[in-house]
Design a protein around this ligand. Structure first.
Ligand SMILES: [Zn+2]
Ligand SMILES: [Zn+2]
Length: 342
């Protein structure tokens, strides 16, 4: 089959012919129909965390091509499925209570680490049937591939534990920031302020539910602008950038005793002004993962028409076009969620 291979940092992905995977017991082979390009793939290939020789891609929807022995669940060839982006054993205590994100033998597919199985920048993907969710007939593969970033945004808002009437600031308008705006709106935030450098992403944030936007390329005092807009310091600040210094800005921005969520996954060691933080006593959380149930919730809310993630989808590329599209996303861009359709 055709797949996009990561060789080493500084080199674009390479399209190659590799062996088509075969299913082991409990597994399925999916024909990949849509796979989102994720910021963590860009990070991991820059920092050298990704597995050399591996295939990235973990935001995937597809069709079951074949099944190994003893699948977990009532699956059949041709079923349309979304994959919770993990490889869970299906046998440990956590898997048996349908919490595969806590699996004792958990691996995340997508080659983001040295031991991770291959991902979905390929024609076919090997998955555990334990990690599959059915895609309702009204949802396209492309939309289903966005369930993963939507579940990440949902996880950030879950840990923000919004109270009725809370004001929320989201720093960074990439797909995760936009998904976070969507859920802040869904769960009843009074005001949702998006701060972002790229003008196009500010208009996307409005389409996703932001009540106010700050063009951080033009305004240096973002904290002052937030207070001017809200008339007070915000209750919740959610960091969706992942660069050194931003989390500290969020702590500086939030109200006394407010909540800061680290969502951007900064890859460097970061500096925090501890004295400033002590004086504020903020709650700072670092949520790591979503549950299978949260992914299912996202699918149901799309199917019911209660959320619309379509503004996030900006471009579609083929597998052959993926290496160039992937490199283009490393530079400041108008693009948002780019979906690979092999
Ligand atoms: Zn992702
Ligand atoms: Zn398990």
């Amino acid at each position: 089959m055709k797949a996009a291979i990561f060789d080493e940092p500084g080199r674009p992905l390479r399209i190659a012919d590799v062996a088509t995977p075969e299913p082991e017991p409990g597994e399925a082979i999916l024909k990949v129909r849509a796979c989102g390009i994720c910021g963590s793939d860009l990070h991991a290939t820059t920092e050298g965390l990704a597995r050399p020789g591996g295939v990235l891609g973990h935001e995937v929807a597809g069709e079951i091509e074949s099944l190994g022995a003893d699948p977990i669940g009532d699956w059949g060839v041709g079923d349309r499925v979304f994959v919770v982006s993990q490889f869970s054993c299906g046998e440990c205590g956590w898997c048996l209570v349908d919490q595969p994100h806590n699996c004792e033998n958990l691996a995340h597919f997508g080659a983001l680490g040295p031991d991770e199985p291959d991902g979905a920048y390929a024609e076919f993907l090997r998955v555990r049937t334990n990690d599959l969710l059915a895609i309702p007939s009204g949802i396209s593969f492309e939309t289903a591939a966005m369930v993963e970033p939507l579940a990440t945004g949902l996880m950030l808002i879950r840990d923000a534990k919004l109270d009725i009437g809370d004001t929320v600031v989201v720093i960074g308008g990439g797909p995760i920031g936009l998904a976070t705006v969507l859920w802040a709106r869904f769960f009843g935030a009074r005001r949702i302020v998006m701060s972002e450098m790229v003008a196009h992403r500010l208009s996307l944030a409005e389409a996703m539910g932001a009540t106010d936007t700050i063009d951080a390329s033009a305004i240096t005092d973002v904290k002052g602008e937030v207070e001017r807009l809200l008339g007070a310091e915000p209750d919740v600040v959610i960091e969706c950038v992942g660069r050194p210094g931003v989390l500290n800005q969020c702590i500086d921005m939030v109200r006394q005793g407010g909540t800061v969520i680290a969502g951007g996954v900064c890859m460097q060691t970061d500096t925090i002004d501890h004295l400033g933080a002590y004086a504020k006593e903020p709650i700072v959380r670092f949520p790591q993962t979503y549950t299978k149930a949260e992914n299912q919730f996202v699918i149901e809310m799309i199917a019911a028409g209660r959320i619309d993630p379509s503004p996030m989808l900006s471009h579609r590329v083929t597998l052959d076009e993926l290496p160039d599209a992937f490199e283009a996303l490393r530079r400041p861009t108008d693009q948002c969620k780019v979906i690979v359709t092999p």
